[in-house]
Design a protein around this ligand. Structure first.
Ligand SMILES: *Cc1c(COP(=O)(O)O)cnc(C)c1O
Length: 383
């Protein structure tokens, strides 16, 4: 539409739309980085906080917190929260003159490391458990030119081997979440949640629910929230609830799992590197560690896609499955603030699970005629 003399002037779009500088610039004051140190960024972060009260429809009203939100981390540049940690870890590695980074990965760390290393112009080695990584993630690592090594065994075997290599090779920097810069970058999601809730007039969060694999992310959230609370920017540290998949739930069982199994490949981890820290932070925040079955994960996965329009990968749906279980048990009765479920990765990462779990199978093609369509469409016939 053309503006004319009679059209009232329209307001400018909000500043946040015009410029988001990525997490290192946006949170520079909260990260261990010098004022003059350059930031590497794919403009990650600033992911949406999506209201999702519909996911509580079948939960008794007295058990519902005042609001449920999804922090959709699948909308980061490579489709997972790993981009926050990688932006900062690769910023630091590049600024220190490192030539190559390496990681073991269930997929998303590989995709993210590959992208950020490509942008930094440094070599990226990724070590993957053969057969244990969703297709989209492998495709990403290949697209960005990472050197892929598949190893026999699971993620825990891959990480153990990588850690040993890094101990012997000072030219390689490990970018798994054992790298403290990863945790620093990832804590920024928790600060965004606090700011976004406040900006929306929803108050401070009562609890944050997130899937737990190697346990770096829940540790990062705890760090960010404590720092914010310590600086007087948050009234209370929310409860952190970590969700594992049954079959890959060493923190629930209290011992390592040798052969972890679950459809949620991103959290198919039996020896979480930061497991002790995770147990500590859930205790200190009055949160919990729980597990959900693959069936519960898939129910949440479908519910998310079909009732909220948000498509995440199975590991991410574990947070919603966990939330629903906790809510049903009365965990959020009397909650003072909303609950946030973190959706860690995008649904497109794992097309195999998406197709096999579809509401309807893809039917064979019909003729491209109105008559043929009329036969398969529901409702009124095509005139
Ligand atoms: C890495 C990852 C997780 C697990 O995070 P940890 O820090 O290993 O606990 C969960 N979901 C997705 C999609 C991931 O990529």
């Amino acid at each position: 539409m053309k503006e004319s003399a009679s059209t009232p002037p329209r307001p400018a779009v909000p500043a946040a739309v015009q410029h988001w500088p990525g997490i290192v610039e946006a949170f520079r004051a909260w990260l261990p980085i010098g004022d003059d140190e350059p930031a590497l960024s794919l403009m990650e972060g600033n992911t949406p906080l999506v209201p999702a009260d519909r996911l509580m429809d079948d939960i008794p009203p007295e058990n519902r917190p005042p609001g449920l939100f999804l922090k959709f981390e699948g909308l980061n540049p490579t489709g997972s929260f790993k981009d926050r940690g990688m932006a900062f870890a690769v910023t630091k590695a590049r600024n220190e003159g490192v030539r190559a980074v390496i990681c073991a990965s269930t997929g998303n760390t590989a995709a993210s490391a590959a992208a950020y290393a490509a942008r930094a112009g440094i070599t990226c080695y990724v070590v993957l458990p053969a057969g244990g990584v969703a297709l989209g993630k492998v495709a990403q690592a290949l697209a960005h030119g990472a050197r892929l090594v598949q190893v026999e065994g699971n993620f825990d075997d891959a990480l153990a081997a990588v850690r040993e290599v890094v101990d012997r090779r000072s030219d390689l920097v490990l970018v798994n979440s054992l790298n403290p810069n990863r945790v620093q970058g990832q804590k920024t999601a928790s600060l965004e949640i606090v700011e976004q809730l406040r900006a929306g007039g929803h108050g401070d969060p009562e609890a944050i629910v997130l899937p737990v694999g190697n346990a770096g992310n829940i540790t990062a959230y705890a760090m960010g929230l404590r720092e914010y609370h310590g600086a007087g920017r948050l009234s209370r540290v929310p409860a952190l609830h970590g969700i594992q998949a049954e079959g890959a739930d060493p923190l629930v069982k209290g011992h390592p799992i040798d052969n972890p199994t679950t459809i949620a490949s991103a959290i198919r981890i039996g020896r979480p590197a930061s497991g002790d820290k995770a147990l500590q932070v859930v205790e200190e925040t009055n949160g919990s560690i729980n597990s959900v079955s693959d069936e519960e994960i898939l129910t949440a996965y479908r519910l998310l896609a079909q009732k909220t329009g948000v498509f995440c990968e199975p590991a991410s749906a574990a947070s919603v499955a966990g939330f629903r279980k906790l809510a049903a048990a009365g965990t959020f009765r009397g909650a003072r603030g909303p609950v946030v479920c973190v959706l860690t990765g995008h649904g497109l990462k794992d097309p195999e699970t998406a197709s096999s779990q579809a509401a309807q199978p893809l039917a064979p093609p019909v003729q491209a005629t109105a008559a043929a369509l009329a036969e398969v469409l529901e409702g009124a016939p095509v005139p």
